[in-house]
Design a protein around this ligand. Structure first.
Ligand SMILES: Cc1cc2nc3c(=O)[nH]c(=O)nc-3n(C[C@H](O)[C@H](O)[C@H](O)COP(=O)(O)OP(=O)(O)OC[C@H]3O[C@@H](n4cnc5c(N)ncnc54)[C@H](O)[C@@H]3O)c2cc1C
Length: 324
């Protein structure tokens, strides 16, 4: 017997290829590879749950009496707004990703995922390394020690790319010599010893690619994306975060929307920043404020650090309170 919401054309539960709940948006991403950087990729291997799984879990904590309180969207938005985050952990996503080793080193810092990485002890590493596009090659930032600033000139970028290429080519050539393997387990030069793969790999540079399966729940994935899609994150890992974000937006569109509204698009103010905004509001009607006036108010509210002042000014400009 079809249930009440089912149309006659829809397959019954028993006729579907799976009895598991599915996310239509998630299904379309399964196995679909998104290229990232020059040789990397991300794709969704599997997922468990959808927006409905978040609601279902939340209903357990609220009990059946509140079933009609809100629709799925309203409930999910309520949950995220109030940091009731465990229902979001009911959704799991498993990705296969291939990235330069230096990206993997940043990525692996997110401890709440399960990882299984390609073994350089067991397998021969591919001759694949990341050479940034010219527009991704920039000078050291003067304002942020962890950032880059002006894009290199075309000529300088060409020199840098050539150096990176030569270094990677050379270290891979040595790696091949060290393992002395023709790729099928037979020595290239039978009269010579083959160094163990676990040792030979050590001369490869950080731009060589590695790959892994990475499984994480939605709560922690949002945390990852908040940090790694942010402008402060390195461009290369941002590209991977952006690729995963495209997928997530389709797997759990309602949770994604809540995350955008209450986290990504939200603005948090420290106690001092809030005092500055209140003080500026009280001075409305006194005419346009000069930058020095805002600095004076900030100092009076205890914001003496230049960096913190700059961060506040960026927020005030975003709100249109301070001219650009
Ligand atoms: C722009 C940027 C610059 C960075 N620079 C550096 C750097 O210079 N050097 C460096 O070493 N790292 C650096 N990091 C890495 C950073 O310090 C974190 O290790 C990384 O972002 C992972 O964050 P997390 O611990 O919140 O995430 P996860 O490990 O995914 O943890 C998620 C959350 O779980 C909780 N949690 C997890 N483990 C524990 C625990 N053991 N105890 C208590 N709570 C826990 C925390 O609430 C945490 O926020 C940088 C990160 C970013 C985004």
């Amino acid at each position: 017997m079809p249930n009440q919401s089912q149309t006659e054309d829809e397959p019954t539960l028993d006729e579907r290829p799976t009895k598991r709940p599915i996310s239509p948006g998630g299904e379309q991403w399964l196995g679909r590879r998104i290229p990232v950087l020059d040789h990397g990729f991300v794709y969704l291997v599997d997922y468990m749950g959808s927006d409905e799984a978040i609601e279902q879990a939340a209903r357990v904590s609220y009990g059946s009496g509140t079933r009609s309180v809100s629709a799925t969207r309203g409930l999910i938005r309520y949950l995220w707004r109030h940091r009731h985050t465990t229902p979001f952990e009911m959704v799991e996503l498993k990705f296969h990703a291939k990235m330069p080793i230096f990206v993997a080193r940043q990525w692996v810092r997110h401890r709440t995922a399960n990882i299984n990485e390609y073994s350089g002890r067991y397998s021969i590493l591919d001759k694949e390394f990341y050479i940034p596009e010219p527009e991704a090659l920039a000078t050291q930032s003067t304002g942020n020690k962890q950032g880059r600033q002006d894009v290199l000139s075309r000529d300088e970028a060409q020199i840098v790319r050539r150096m990176l290429l030569e270094d990677a080519e050379r270290s891979y050539a040595h790696y091949e010599q060290l393992i002395n393997d023709d790729g099928t387990g037979n020595p290239l030069e039978p009269d010579r010893s083959s160094l163990a793969r676990e040792l030979a790999r050590m001369n490869l540079s950080l731009n060589f690619y590695t790959q892994w399966y990475w499984k994480i729940d939605l709560h922690n994935l949002f945390h990852f994306l908040a940090l790694r899609q942010d402008a402060h994150a390195q461009y290369e890992i941002r590209e991977y975060a952006n690729a995963m974000a495209r997928i997530i937006g389709d797997v759990t569109p309602l949770a994604w929307e809540a995350f955008q509204d209450y986290e990504v698009g939200a603005l948090s103010l420290s106690r001092q920043e809030r005092d500055v905004v209140a003080a500026l509001w009280n001075r409305r009607g006194e005419g346009a404020l000069a930058a020095q006036d805002v600095i004076d108010v900030a100092v009076a509210c205890g914001l003496t650090s230049k960096r913190e002042q700059d961060e506040l000014f960026a927020k005030l400009r975003g709100l249109g309170i301070m001219p650009g």
